[in-house]
Design a protein around this ligand. Structure first.
Ligand code: ADP
Ligand code: MG
Length: 240
């Protein structure tokens, strides 16, 4: 589903990603953990070209995405993204937030989009919030709307960048539950997270990133219970 070959990303002289190689299979759930500043967000942002790689290649479903001629809009339809800060449109209600992109891009009629939006709102546990504005929602509700909005594009892959880090603790669970259901339904997911319980329970593999390199990647039980890399050990000793 996703193949990343020798990915480098620099900002000026700052080398943030220093040679990432990774393959993610259809239906796989991969968590990315690691210290702050290690390049986790930059890695995700390269996968949907919010950042342009400095070197290396990224393929989605066999198609190289970082070519001058590649269609960024087509890519973003395939790859949904959910951010820490929700990024909902404040002056549009929930229904409009969810339907805006698919209707604007001409992927579906307004009526079809609204029908799908209602199904998605039901799936994320917010069936009665269609005409509420973001400011009237809790953080956990906003993030569930953001997930529904990303899913409205029928993506093949979902990227999550610390989706629960901005939430009050009592709202973390409701968002992780939605993500867990999505994983169980077979969605391919890459999740940057500090929720080690989620990473352990839901992921097929966990990548530990440090200083722009994947230092260790293994199934969660192995990585958490028996880390091999000294950096992984040090990081886990601080967060577990
Ligand atoms: P993480 O998500 O693991 O905390 P990031 O990928 O956000 O790490 O950032 C890695 C490094 O890249 C940090 O030093 C950060 O300051 C730097 N960085 C990220 N985005 C930019 C940017 N647009 N311009 C310059 N530096 C950036
Ligand atoms: Mg980050």
């Amino acid at each position: 589903m996703i193949k990343i070959v020798n990915l480098h990303k620099s900002f000026g002289h700052l080398k943030v990603l220093r040679g990432i190689n990774e393959e993610i299979k259809p239906g796989e759930v991969v968590s990315v953990i690691g210290p702050s500043g290690s390049g986790k967000s930059t890695f995700l942002r390269c996968i949907n070209l919010l950042e342009e790689p400095t070197e290396g290649d990224i393929y989605i479903e066999g198609e190289k995405i970082n070519d001058p001629g590649s269609d960024v809009n087509k890519l973003r339809r395939k790859v949904g993204m959910v951010f820490q800060q929700f990024n909902l449109f404040p002056h549009k209600d929930v229904m409009e937030n969810i339907c805006l992109a698919p209707v604007k891009l001409g992927l579906t009629s307004k009526q079809e989009a609204e029908k799908k939006a209602r199904d998605l709102l039901l799936a994320v546990g917010l069936p009665d919030k269609d005409h509420v504005y973001p400011a009237q929602l809790s953080g956990g509700q906003k993030q569930r709307v953001a997930i529904a909005r990303a899913l409205a594009m029928n993506p093949d892959v979902m990227l999550f960048d610390e989706p629960t880090s901005a939430l009050d603790p009592e709202m973390v669970g409701e968002v992780l539950d939605v993500m867990k259901h999505l994983a169980e339904d077979g969605m391919t997911m890459v999740v940057v997270t500090h929720e080690m319980g989620f990473a352990r329970e839901v992921s097929d593999r966990v990548l530990f990133m440090d200083e722009g390199i994947i230092m260790e990647k293994r199934p969660p039980a192995e990585l958490f219970d028996n880390p091999q890399n000294e950096r992984t050990k040090l990081f886990l000793s601080k967060v577990l």
